[in-house]
Design a binder for this molecule. Structure first.
Ligand code: TYM
Length: 338
C-alpha cells in the first residue's frame, strides 16, 4: 500500500505544561487553525506527555489542560470542525504506545536530541516515560493513520522517528498498515527564539520570563518584553539577506511577519532602514492587537470549566471512533487474541 492510499489527515499535539508561549502559538496553533477545512484535523492536549519530565500537582495539570483547551479554542480551533481532545481520555494512545515501545530500539531513543537536552547529565534519574516519550508520540500520530503532522522545528526528529517506527512495524509484520507521516514545518515562525538570546528557542521552561511572550501576558508585559528584547545596534536591513548573522533581529522580524501573515521580504520593504527604537513599538502594537483578543477569550472560557470539559469529552468520543478500529487491527496483526 502506498502512502497515497491513506486519506490525508492532520494530527498534532501540545503539552499542557503551563504557560502557552508565542512560540507555541506561531509555530503550532496558528498553523493548526490555517489547516482547518483543508483536510480532517485532529488536535490533542497530550497530558500523558506532560507527566514525563516531572509529576505536576494534580490540580496544576487539570488547570493547564483546561487552559490549553481554552487556548486552542480562543485561537480559532473550532471543536466542531476539528477533533479536540485530551490524550488520557482515549486509552488507545497508551495501548498503541506499548506496542511501539517494543518496536522502537534503545539506540533510536538515545539519539533523540530532546531526550539528551531534557535528561541532561543526570539521565539515570530521568523517568522511563521521558525516555519512551517519542514512542508514545508515534502512537498519537499513527493511531489515526495521520499523514501530515504540523509542528515546530524542534519536533522534526520525533516525527522522523515516527516514520521509522511505522516502517519497522510494516516491515516486520509484512504489512503496509501504518502511513509514513510527513512533518509539516512551514512558514517564518517554525523556530521562534528567546527574546534574550537569539541562539535559544523561546520556551516555557526558560527560567527567565523576559525571554518569552506568554499568551496570557497583558499589553504592558508584552510591550516591556519587546522593548527589552536583545538586539544589535544596526538599523533593519531592506532585504532578508541582511539578517544573516543577526539572529535577534531576524527573530523579531520573523515574529512580525508571522503575526501579520506576511513574508519577511515584504515586511523589510516597509521597515528597512528603521532603528529598533522605532520598530519595537510597531511590533508590540501588532502583538497586542493580535494576542489581546485571544487572551481575553481564554480568560472568559476558563470561567466555564464545565463547558471545556464537555467539549473535550465529545472530542474524545470522536477520536476514539477512529482510534479503536486501528488499535484492534494492530492487535490482530501482532497476534493478540481478542
Ligand atoms: P510542545 O508542547 O513542546 O510544543 C507544542 C508545539 O509548539 C511548537 N513550538 C514552537 N514552535 C516554534 N517556536 C518555538 N519556540 C516553539 N516552541 C514550541 C512545537 O514544535 C510543537 O509543534 N512532543 C510534542 C507534543 C506532541 C506531539 C504529538 C506533537 C506529543 N504527541 C504528536 C505532534 C504530534 C511537544 O512536546 O510539543
Amino acid at each position: 500500500m502506498s502512502e497515497a492510499a491513506f486519506t490525508p489527515r492532520i494530527f498534532s499535539g501540545i503539552q499542557p505544561s503551563g504557560g502557552l508561549t508565542l512560540g507555541n502559538y506561531l509555530g503550532a496553533i496558528k498553523r493548526f487553525v490555517a489547516e482547518q477545512g483543508k483536510m480532517e484535523t485532529i488536535y490533542c492536549i497530550v497530558d500523558q506527555h506532560a507527566i514525563t519530565a516531572t509529576l505536576p500537582e494534580p490540580g496544576t495539570l487539570r488547570r493547564n489542560t483546561r487552559e490549553l483547551a481554552a487556548g486552542y479554542i480562543a485561537s480559532g480551533i473550532d471543536p466542531e470542525q476539528s477533533i479536540l481532545f485530551n490524550q488520557s481520555q482515549v486509552a488507545e494512545h497508551a495501548q498503541l504506545g506499548w506496542i511501539f515501545n517494543c518496536v522502537a530500539r534503545m539506540g533510536w531513543m538515545q539519539r533523540m536530541t530532546q531526550w539528551k537536552d531534557k535528561a541532561g547529565k543526570n539521565s539515570q534519574n530521568a523517568s522511563l516515560g521521558l525516555f519512551a516519550y517519542p514512542a508514545l508520540m508515534a502512537a498519537d500520530i499513527l493511531l489515526y493513520h495521520a499523514t501530515h503532522v504540523p509542528v515546530g522545528e524542534d519536533q522534526k526528529q520525533h516525527v522522523e522517528l515516527t516514520r521509522d517506527i511505522a516502517a519497522k512495524f510494516n516491515h516486520d509484520y509484512g504489512v503496509a498498515f501504518f502511513p509514513l507521516a510527513e512533518p509539516v514545518i512551514e512558514g517564518v515562525a517554525t523556530r521562534v527564539m528567546s527574546l534574550r538570546d537569539g541562539s535559544k528557542k523561546m520556551s516555557k521552561s526558560d527560567p527567565s520570563d523576559m525571554s518569552r511572550i506568554n499568551m496570557t501576558d497583558d499589553a504592558d508585559a508584552i510591550a516591556t518584553k519587546i522593548r527589552k528584547a536583545k538586539t544589535d545596534p544596526d538599523a533593519l536591513p531592506s532585504e532578508a539577506a541582511g539578517l544573516e548573522g543577526r539572529s535577534e533581529a531576524r527573530n523579531l522580524v520573523n515574529i512580525y511577519a508571522a503575526l501579520s501573515d506576511r513574508d519577511v521580504d515584504s515586511v523589510l520593504r516597509d521597515v528597512g532602514g528603521k532603528a529598533f527604537s522605532e520598530f519595537k513599538p510597531m511590533l508590540s502594537d501588532l502583538a497586542v492587537e493580535k494576542l489581546a483578543p485571544i487572551s481575553s477569550e481564554m480568560a472568559r472560557l476558563m470561567q466555564q470549566p464545565d463547558e471545556i470539559d464537555a467539549i473535550l469529552s465529545r472530542g474524545a468520543d470522536r477520536a476514539r471512533a477512529i482510534a479503536a478500529p486501528i488499535l484492534a487491527r494492530t492487535y490482530e496483526i501482532v497476534g493478540m487474541v481478542r
